[in-house]
Ligand binder design. Structure first.
Ligand code: FAD
Ligand code: GLY
Length: 382
């Protein structure tokens, strides 16, 4: 008998990134007693660690719709999420509500941002255009070439690495069992119900299973069941500068990249979007491009030494949208993956949605939109 054979959790969560950890916390807060997380590496050290921590649905969205709705709901949940986590764990996840600026360097940029501001304000969201001079008053280090900017006061940021630490501590403090360096190879499918997972030669039986394995989701076999969900890793490289004190108030986007200023003087610069399989590394070309992008936003950054660089794998589904919910005909299994560019932002709402479905049997209306069955329909039609 292996170490897992005697464990029978009510909920088994595969993947200890921000999504799996947040779901575990939400389940525990709703009274679930036996929760197990199985993580192939160390919790919170993959995409959730590599991220920039922006909570920026408005800055990254060119159209209204369900995805924006879900993102805005999750952003609204953040202040309570941050303060509860602080009370529960003593870790401040540094929710920063200074807002986000999207800079324009040309008339075309201005026109594009004006369109975005216009439909967003019509939809009741907080957004405004400001002039180049006003942008420089708000952020003195930005380039003299900036001719205008969109301002999104409700697009915030959080220290995602501290968020992962806080969620991990919550698990430790509340009896959530976490097994690290344990890789699930396959789910156990008994007559159309997932009843657990295989870990090496061992097995863990569970009443419910949540697949929160990020970019690796479709590498996990689901017995003989042919799951339609395909996940592609999209590599994001970032670099970081360090200054003595914080030099920017806002998160600052340009058409070629973004700067995320942290309280301690770090300036994160992101990010590439590359199809590079599961290879996490920094390339000279990307580091050069990111450096240029930072200097275009703020020329005074030129000459600063790169203090750190890293990369991570965003989980992208076939249509780029999250995969939340169940497959018809397969009991006991919930998908919570495919958060692509917005997993930090979407963590609170994802956690709540999945936990409510498991504990209260209430499926979110978002399951209709983001459920895994949409790919089955697409495959059949195509
Ligand atoms: P992960 O954090 O990757 O966690 C999945 C976990 O599952 C991993 O720890 C992995 O080891 C584990 N796992 C995989 N397979 C198995 C297995 N077989 N058995 C056991 N465990 C397994 N999002 C934002 O909201 N805002 C941002 O500003 C932002 N910036 C980003 C910048 C970059 C450069 C990158 C790369 C991403 C960014 N993202 C951002 C996206 C965000 O990081 C992801 O959407 C989010 O982290 C996904 O969380 P996750 O828990 O699904 O994935
Ligand atoms: N959301 C920012 C990124 O994925 O790079």
């Amino acid at each position: 008998m292996g170490q897992f054979s005697s464990i029978h959790p009510e909920v088994l969560i595969i993947g200890g990134g921000v999504i799996g950890l947040t779901i575990a916390r939400e389940l525990h807060r709703r009274g679930v007693g036996r929760i197990v997380i199985v993580e192939k590496g160390i919790c919170g050290e993959e995409s959730s660690w590599a991220a920039a921590g922006m909570l920026g649905p408005q800055a990254e969205t060119d159209e209204p719709g369900n995805m924006l709705g879900l993102c805005v709901e999750s952003r609204i949940a953040y202040p309570d999420f941050a303060s509860s986590l602080f009370e529960e764990t003593g870790i401040d996840i540094e929710l920063d509500r200074s807002g986000t600026m999207c800079l324009a360097f040309s008339d075309d940029d201005v026109a594009r941002l004006e369109r975005r501001v216009s439909w967003q304000t019509a939809a009741g969201l907080n957004a405004a255009m400001i002039t180049g001079a006003e942008a420089r008053r708000a952020e003195p280090f930005i380039s003299p070439e900036v001719v205008g900017s969109a301002l999104f006061p409700d697009d915030w940021q959080v220290e995602n690495r501290k968020l992962c630490k806080a969620l991990r501590r919550y698990a430790d403090l509340n009896g959530i069992s976490v097994f690290e360096n344990a890789e699930v190879s396959e789910l156990i499918n008994e007559n159309g119900k997932i009843v657990g997972a295989k870990i090496g030669i061992d097995e863990i039986k569970s009443e419910n299973t949540v697949l929160a394995a990020g970019a690796w989701t479709s590498l996990i076999k689901i017995g003989s069941f042919s799951a339609p969900v395909r996940m592609t890793p999209v590599r994001g490289q970032m670099i970081m500068f360090r200054t003595a004190k914080r030099s920017f108030e806002h998160v600052v986007y340009s058409p070629n990249g973004y700067l995320v200023p942290r309280n301690d003087g770090r300036i994160l610069v992101g990010a590439t979007s590359e199809d590079a399989g599961y290879v996490k590394e920094n390339t000279d070309v990307a580091v050069r491009d990111l450096t240029r992008s930072a200097e275009t936003i703020a020329p005074q950054l030129s000459g600063l030494k790169i203090a750190d660089k890293w990369s991570g794998l965003r989980p992208r589904s076939a249509d780029g949208l999250p995969v939340l919910g169940r497959l018809v005909g397969l009991g006991g299994l919930y998908f919570a993956t495919g958060h692509y560019r917005n997993g930090i932002l979407l963590a609170p709402r994802t956690g709540e949605t999945i936990a409510r479905a498991i504990v209260d049997g209430v499926d979110s209306s978002y399951f209709d939109v983001f459920g895994p069955d949409r790919f089955r329909a697409a495959n059949a039609n195509g």
